[in-house]
Design a protein around this ligand. Sequence first.
Ligand code: NAP
Length: 313
Amino acid sequence: MSELYDVIILGGGPAGLSAGLYAGRSRLKTLLIEKGQAGGQIALSAGVENYPGQMLEGESGVTLANRMAEQCGRFGVERVSDVIRRAELSGEVKRLEGGGREYLARSVILAPGASPRPIGCENEARFIGKGVSYCATCDGAFFRGLDVYVAGGGDSAVEEAMFLTRFARRVTVIHRRDVLRAAKSIREKAFANPKITFLWDSVVARVDGSDALSSLTVRNVKTGTLTVISAPEEDGMLGLFGFVGYLPNTELFRDQLPLENGYIPTDADMRTAIPGVFAAGDARVKSVRQVVTAAADGAIAAVQAERYLTDHG
Ligand code: NAP
């Protein structure tokens, strides 16, 4: 028979780690299940500037996430690396099935986060890892001295475009409108960066190459004109980074929880429609998706899980 936890936290990003910290400090028997490295999306971010109390210089997503994980671990939270394939959330005892192992808990905090949305161009899947990427921190250095293109116009696209200028010869941001969605402070830094140019009112329609990515076909959304952009002959390849938003990792709960556009609705106390099941972070319906709001969600969810367990003792 599997061990019965007070709370299982699904996801080891800022929401899950913060939930772990609060659940651990409340002396709940807590298990955190994460499929990859700690930190979730923030671990892919080269620089963090807006998490209160962070290191002012040299804070990366990885350093911040690692400290969160260490802090969480100090309070007795158990951690396991597993991919959950099935969840039964409705009973008094919640069941999660991973790779050959079952996990049981009286309450669950869902903090599965979100994954990069594909750019949506022809041939995209063929060139992932061969010129197409969704992580500047992971792959930027492969494009040293080359031309790099970034699809998107939000905070991620513009911040990551700036990061990519450390390696690339030049970076072109391809945005479907002529106004960036990114915050003013981020926009201003990008406009002042001589290595960044913008291709407005445009989307990437297809990508081509033999082995590696060597050309993009870009469509102007106002005129419909198609333009082929090729890597300079001496380079042989170019890079395309997609930052066109994220999709919530909620597929597993689709049959059990009501979802809004794939996101999990909760009340202000992070309660979902199922008693004893809470949600926190980017997978939740919310208006501001930041590390600080994910961490706050996690804290609230853990406090409310503790109250739920007391009431259902
Ligand atoms: P986002 O804010 O949803 O922006 C997505 C961008 O991609 C938008 O510019 C959008 O264009 C464009 N786009 C969407 N679908 C597209 C498609 N099919 N083809 C072409 N372009 C498409 O996503 P994000 O930038 O990843 O940010 C996600 C959240 O994290 C936001 O809440 C953001 O504030 C936050 N974030 C914050 C920071 C920070 O504070 N430093 C850093 C990164 C992310 P439109 O503008 O036309 O819709």
